[in-house]
Ligand binder design. Structure first.
Ligand SMILES: [Zn+2]
Length: 305
């Protein structure tokens, strides 16, 4: 610490941790907002508590006008939005705002300092919508199930068998012989085979994931409401927590995994209602409900492309 610091006082103002550093050598006072709700005031003269409070209040109201500080302070340099990790890069010399997907699956937003939060959110909404619709297309192209292929249903391997039917097309599971029977009119019609597989997974997901969800929510004491559940054909994520609108989305992909994995993803998303990010505190909460959650994480990662 600099030898010119005469003293340092610490206050709590409007939920902010405020440090007042007196540096007699400085000409002017300046105030700065740091991450995680802390503010520092560097000043050449000692300030009374009332002066400190006034400085901080003026500063915060100016910040709000400039929309630097989101009211719930979620718009720091890093935050999570619709299940994506967002890093925000505000720079004075940036002229335009833009958002792009990085290789690690997170989104980078860059723009000028004074970019209002609603502009950032609407940009993110557009990008995420594009990403998710592209994902669905990829999946539609990808399936391509053929005789003898392996398909996992709730963590159990089944062999795909394709049969001809004259009537309605459908899928039946033979749990004794671990067969995933696809009945279609034309066994050479890949589109109708894939459609039946997708329908089966989608319908089973709606039923089974909802059942598990209800059970897990019941035992999850940290929230006292029933979140809205949506089952979606997401290809890049297993679940998303829209904590601001009390909603959880689970991916039909989960139908391929065992009950431990499904429960883990549900607990993970529910925990986001309490801790929106992936901090230590977040995983500590998960541990209370699933001490060996890392098993599930490992399984989920292994099978993911
Ligand atoms: Zn998460």
């Amino acid at each position: 610490m600099s030898q010119f610091i005469e003293n340092m006082d610490v206050y709590e103002v409007e939920g902010y941790h405020v440090q007042v550093i007196v540096k007699p050598a400085n000409k002017h006072a300046y105030i700065r907002l740091h991450e995680s709700k802390s503010i520092s005031i560097t000043t050449p003269v000692k300030l009374s508590k009332n002066q400190v409070v006034k400085h901080v209040k003026d500063f915060l109201s100016k910040q709000k006008e400039k929309s630097y500080v989101h009211p719930d302070s979620s718009l720091g340099n890093y935050f999570e939005y619709k299940g994506f990790n967002i890093s925000l890069n505000r720079k004075a010399r940036n002229k335009h705002v833009n958002a792009r997907l990085k290789e690690d699956g997170s989104i980078l937003v860059s723009g000028p300092f004074h970019t209002p939060n609603h502009i950032i959110y609407s940009l993110l909404d557009k990008l995420i919508e594009k990403l998710e619709s592209k994902v669905d297309l990829d999946k539609a192209k990808k399936t391509n199930f053929q005789n003898g292929d392996t398909i996992y249903i709730l963590g159990q391997a089944f062999m795909v068998k394709i049969h001809t039917t004259k009537g309605k097309e459908y899928v039946s599971l033979d749990k004794e012989n671990y067969l995933f029977n696809v009945h279609v009119k034309d066994v050479n019609n890949q589109t109708s085979i894939d459609k039946q597989v997708d329908l089966y997974i989608g319908n089973a997901a709606k039923k089974i994931l909802r059942e598990r969800f209800n059970v897990v929510v019941e035992s999850f004491h940290h929230i006292d409401f029933m979140p809205i559940l949506k089952i979606r054909r997401m290809k890049t994520k297993y679940g998303v927590c829209y904590y601001k609108r009390n909603e959880v989305a689970l991916s039909t992909l989960l139908m391929h995994y065992d009950a431990e994995c499904i429960d883990y993803v549900i607990i993970h998303e529910l925990s986001h209602f309490i801790v929106p990010n992936h901090s230590k505190k977040f995983y500590h909460l998960i541990e209370q409900y699933m001490p060996h959650y890392k098993n599930a994480e490992r399984k989920l990662k292994n099978v993911v492309d």
